[in-house]
Design a binder for this molecule. Structure first.
Ligand code: GAP
Length: 517
């Protein structure tokens, strides 16, 4: 195990205003996210959420559920949409994954380095061809944008003149030329193997015998659990096409190169919704959901500058989205992609691929009978799928919130949208005497029944403010020497550091109003 893990050390890349190293370090220091199994030197591609991380992740999850299931957006004609939820098993009958195409097609091509034993996804490498002598250098990132890689390249190629070099995707290099390739972590050519297909699904065994017949898979996407329940929902719930089924939960992918903290991990969470519609309406709904989802990310505090929609090229479409309208990604400007963008959520027109496949493999009819039109019609619905990463969303929110401010003792603060912030209010007695702790505790016990509140009496007040700036608490409420006299406390606003004096019995209402925005 230790050897296998040593092959792939977590990597982060620093670009843009806030670097990944600052985010990773803050997350550990302040209890957001820890490396899984840290006391055993970790396990690559797995992360644990600490007390603040789980609050942040749950807030994001609950907001998605509220805005997709409890109160979905209004449809294009202004009428309410219907979306119901499910929570399906992580392990399903393995035939489901044959039907979905994951057993045969959920592969990444990878190349191994014989010298270092490191493994790379072929499509995550770039090749730099030295036009003078046809020497090829392979790099794991966009070499021309990364200072350290660029320096290494110039040294290896023995030139500063970049026009003598040509950057191409590594997939463009035929295996017959690998003998001339110097791999990303070595100094001599010829150490990379030809690409091999690597299935990303985690296998396990169901039952005690652990024979090949008992093989099963941990789900690589939550979507299939929705398709497997489509018939149950149509037959037993009062839904009419168009309608949606939503699910939030864990997904597992044995990623070849987990990297950039929680951006690409092997265990992660997704928030997916399958929208079932008539084939003739697929285009309308595809456009509707792209817009609705982009607006949603903005509504939770992601700025328009850091978000973009990108349509997939034909050759990057997943097997289920080859026909139809294709796929659009909502992309975020992550610190390691800046000034470029990386995928945050995909919106795919999956056509009738999944339901048709499950009909074929299970022998159960997936047709929908529509008697709302004359003459009534039968069809297999098409699916528009907004599929967001919950854990990847947490990273986007952390990066978005990270605000440098040299004027503060903490030098920065997390400017979360208050509705997403892990702790909404902190109650701080200025001194641990003169009856202040008693008043503060009473206030805390009242506030915590309404929103996530922390009682914090340790250290000087400046240090306490600094800690709450670092974890993004929007309101710090200080009970001071005047409180026993005026029955009021001071509320400090995180972003402006402005202070308001508010009567103790009005504080819950004050904070509640601010949280609603
Ligand atoms: N059902 C379709 C589907 O799973 P996907 O683009 O592979 O599509 C959807 O995944 C979202 O899940 C991505 O946009 C990303 O946010 C998240 N995601 C995918 N792989 C991930 C990984 N290895 N680690 C973290 N998040 C991941």
């Amino acid at each position: 195990m230790a050897g296998a893990q040593a092959m792939e050390q977590p990597k982060t890349e620093n670009k843009g205003p806030v670097g990944m190293d600052e985010i990773v370090s803050l997350c550990k220091r302040r209890g957001f996210i820890f490396q899984a199994s840290e006391i055993y030197d970790g396990i690559n591609g797995f992360w644990d959420y600490g007390p603040l991380g789980v609050l942040l992740k749950n807030n994001l999850r609950d907001r998605w559920w509220r805005d997709m299931v409890l109160a979905p957006p209004m449809g294009p004609d202004g009428s309410p949409l219907q979306i119901v939820g499910v929570d399906s098993s992580i392990i399903q009958n393995p035939k489901a994954w044959e039907a979905s195409g994951h057993v045969a097609g959920f592969n990444d091509p990878m190349v191994d380095c014989k010298q270092t034993k490191l493994r790379y996804r072929q499509d995550h490498l770039v090749a730099v061809i030295d036009k003078r002598n046809n020497q090829i250098f392979a790099f794991v990132q966009d070499v021309l944008k990364d200072k350290a890689s660029l320096k290494k390249l110039k040294k290896q190629a023995g030139t500063d003149e970049l026009e003598k070099l040509e950057v191409v995707p590594f997939t463009a290099i035929p295996a017959s030329d690998y003998g001339r390739v110097i791999g990303p972590d070595v100094d001599k050519p010829g150490t990379l193997t030809e690409p091999k297909q690597f299935n990303l699904m985690f296998k396990t065994y169901v039952g005690a015998t652990a024979s090949e017949d008992d093989k099963a898979y941990l789900r690589p996407e939550t979507a299939q659990g929705i398709f497997l329940n489509y018939k149950n929902v149509v037959d037993n719930m009062r839904v009419r096409v168009p309608f949606g089924i939503a699910q939030v939960g864990k997904a597992f992918r044995n990623e070849v190169t987990p990297r950039n903290f929680i951006y690409r991990s092997r265990e992660f969470e997704q928030m997916e919704m399958e929208w079932f519609c008539h084939p003739d309406e697929a285009k309308k709904w595809f456009e509707f959901w792209i817009d609705a989802r982009r607006q949603w990310w903005k509504s939770i505090g992601v700025s328009s500058d850091n978000i973009q929609v990108r349509k997939h090229e034909k050759d990057e479409l997943s097997h289920y989205a080859k026909a139809g309208e294709g796929t659009c990604d909502i992309e975020y400007r992550f610190p390691f992609t800046a000034p470029g963008f990386g995928e945050l959520e995909g919106i795919a027109h999956r056509c009738d691929f999944d339901l048709t496949q499950h009909e074929k493999f299970s022998g159960k009819k997936m047709e929908y009978f529509d008697d709302s039109v004359q003459p009534p019609r039968r069809f297999i619905p098409h699916v528009i799928e907004p599929a967001a990463g919950l854990t990847r969303g947490v990273l986007a929110l952390l990066a978005e919130a990270y605000t440098a401010d040299p004027a503060r003792p903490s030098q920065m603060y997390l400017k979360f949208n208050p509705s997403i912030a892990p702790i909404k209010a902190a109650v701080l007695p200025l001194l641990n005497k003169d009856g202040l702790p008693e008043i503060a505790e009473k206030l805390y016990l009242n506030l915590r029944t309404q929103f996530m509140t922390e009682y914090d009496s340790k250290g000087n007040i400046g240090k306490r403010y600094a800690r709450h700036d670092e974890i993004g608490t929007p309101f710090c409420i200080t009970v001071d020497g005047d409180t026993p006299k005026d029955n009021a406390a001071t509320i400090r606003h995180r972003d402006t550091m402005k202070q308001d004096r508010v009567s103790l019995d009005k504080i819950a209402e004050f904070v509640g109003k601010e949280l609603k925005g």
